[in-house]
Design a protein around this ligand. Structure first.
Ligand code: FE
Length: 186
């Protein structure tokens, strides 16, 4: 009995390893996020400040912005760990004073993932506002699917319970570089 189980386990391991190697060879960038996929990205509140119709743009940087520059990048995966091309990401966040632009579209913008499921957003680190840790709102929508509404948080700023929604972050080349991979059910 135990031999059967052990054999089956070896088979499963062999298959997943081959799959991983194939993915790693085909998609070197996406393979970095393999360990993260599987568990769907949790939903989180939309909050009162979402506004449809934000322009399509990968940079939300404003001339003369006082906030620290932030580059947020990652991959949108399916629960089967496949990169999702043409997923829509609609971002919105508070400015350097903790205010949202509800009249216009400052710090609001959407973009689509590329063929490897990648996205990259240039913006500033949003300020905290009363009662909330620092966060970036986002809606992620795979083609033809319902949008996942959630928020991204920053290590050391948000409570540990929000760990599944925390970016990895480092400071280099004069900017903060944050990384977050989404996992959506498709
Ligand atoms: Fe908010």
């Amino acid at each position: 009995m135990s031999q059967i189980v052990s054999h089956a386990a070896k088979e499963a391991h062999g298959i997943s390893r081959r799959t991983f190697l194939a993915a790693a060879l085909a998609l070197p960038f996406a393979a970095l996020g393999q360990a993260n996929c599987g568990a769907p990205t949790p939903r989180d509140g939309e909050g009162p400040f979402y506004k449809p119709g934000a322009p399509r743009r990968a940079s939300l940087l404003e001339p003369g912005a006082k906030g620290e520059k932030l580059v947020l990048a990652g991959v949108v995966y399916s629960a089967q760990c496949r990169p999702v091309a043409n997923a829509l990401l609609d971002f919105w966040h508070a400015d350097e004073s903790g205010d949202y632009d509800n009249a216009g579209f400052r710090y609001r913008g959407h973009q689509m993932t590329d063929a490897q499921g990648r996205y990259r957003l240039e913006t500033i680190l949003p300020a905290r506002y009363p009662g909330r840790p620092r966060h970036i709102h986002v809606k992620v929508q795979a083609p033809g699917r319902r949008a996942l509404t959630t928020q991204l948080y920053f290590p050391g700023d948000a409570p540990a319970v929000l760990q599944p929604l925390m970016v990895k972050i480092e400071r280099r080349d004069g900017a903060l570089h944050a990384e977050f991979d989404f996992v959506v059910e498709i």
